[in-house]
Design a protein around this ligand. Structure first.
Ligand code: FMN
Length: 347
């Protein structure tokens, strides 16, 4: 497997390890059913914003791929789905294309297919400002994600081993780039300590990307001969736990939820915990690979309508209304809050 492109391996193992019953914790968030909605479905407005980035729909295609022939085809498919459904789309890390410009095509295809769409570039947080600018220019991107993925790098046989300087890089990029900067995890979730560190350096959009969907310790471990990190598969905070960690800070930054999002009730639960938008990777990859573009587009259009139905059911006209609706956390989640001194109050 060593001369097999890493990006192709990621796609292969992500799909091989895809599970329809994720445990991102969002099933442990229950809205209290109310009998009087006192609104109609056409009152629902699905628009949301992340800093200065306005989205017509509150969920989007999160970072996945680029950097190989196969990745180019997947990006082409995802971009045409994004165009048809008017969803924002992030690409996978463009790092490979900065090192080897002949790979840039596999990312640029996204802008070619969808000239007017909202496209988000992606780089690791160790990259400096000049690379971040290149990453934005490559796609004429509307925003950039900087991913933080220490566990993935450490389990990746050829991964980074020095994690100094990420915060300083992020701060420099936030201060000197003219598009919104999103700092994102890659499926291990975030803590209130890490969130505080990001707020301190001026970051105002954070994707907590929690455990419960695509698992990059599992993926990278499959690429190791001895598969020795098997005991680490449950590392990290679930998506629900991460949003609880973010709860105290939700007026100081816009939070994105991702990690194991499978259906509109997960999306609603994320809004209930304060998220302003939701990203999907593994589920959309699975849909595209197994069902094709047309069914994926139909599914996304259905999700929009289902989300409208669910918001009406709880009497929420706007995304930001959802977090004011009464909900109950499972014993496991309220234990997390207790141990972490998180004061999660729902009136
Ligand atoms: N996240 C990044 O920030 N950069 C990447 O390059 C990247 N590559 C990914 C490749 C694949 C095949 C998948 C499935 C995910 C990748 N991710 C990457 C992580 C996702 O953006 C997301 O944070 C994570 O998969 C959890 O969401 P999910 O459970 O919906 O997949």
């Amino acid at each position: 497997t060593t001369n097999w492109n890493r990006k192709d391996q990621h796609i292969h193992f992500a799909e091989m390890q895809y599970q329809s019953n994720s445990s991102n914790g969002l099933d442990q968030v229950r809205f209290v059913h109310q009998s009087f909605a006192e609104m109609k479905t056409s009152d629902v407005n699905l628009q949301t914003s992340l800093g200065s980035l306005n989205l017509d729909y509150p969920f989007f295609i999160n970072a996945m791929t680029g950097g190989s022939d196969k990745a180019k085809i997947i990006n082409q498919n995802l971009a045409s789905i994004a165009k048809e459904t008017n969803l924002a789309m992030a690409v996978g890390s463009v790092s490979a294309a900065i090192k080897s410009p002949e790979l840039a095509d596999s990312f640029k295809i996204v802008r070619q297919v969808n000239p007017k769409g909202i496209i988000i570039s992606n780089l690791g947080a160790h990259h400096q400002l000049d690379n971040a600018k290149r990453a934005v220019d490559m796609l004429e991107a509307n925003a950039i994600q900087l991913h933080v993925n220490t566990p993935q790098e450490l389990v990746m046989p050829e991964g980074d081993r020095d994690f100094n300087g990420w915060l300083a890089n992020i701060e420099d990029i936030v201060n000197h780039i003219d598009v919104p900067v999103i700092v994102k995890e890659v499926g291990f979730g975030m803590s209130k300590e890490s969130i505080q560190q990001l707020l301190d350096i001026g970051v105002s959009i954070i994707d907590v990307s929690g455990r419960g969907g695509t698992n990059f310790i599992h993926i990278e471990n499959e690429r190791r001969d001895l598969k020795e990190f098997d005991y680490l598969l449950n590392w990290g905070q679930t998506t629900a736990e991460s949003l609880l960690e973010a709860h105290f800070y939700r007026k100081q930054a816009d939070f994105i939820a991702s990690g194991g999002i499978k259906h509109p009730l997960h999306i609603l639960a994320a809004f209930g915990l304060g998220a302003k938008a939701v990203g999907l990777s593994g589920e959309l990859l699975h849909l595209v690979l197994t069902k094709g573009n047309d069914t994926t587009i139909k599914t996304i259009e259905s999700w929009k309508q289902e989300l409208v139905a669910l918001m009406t059911m709880i009497g929420a006209k706007r995304i930001t209304d959802v977090e004011r609706k009464p909900l109950v956390l499972s014993p496991e989640l309220s234990h997390w809050c207790h141990e972490r001194h998180i004061n999660f109050k729902h009136q």
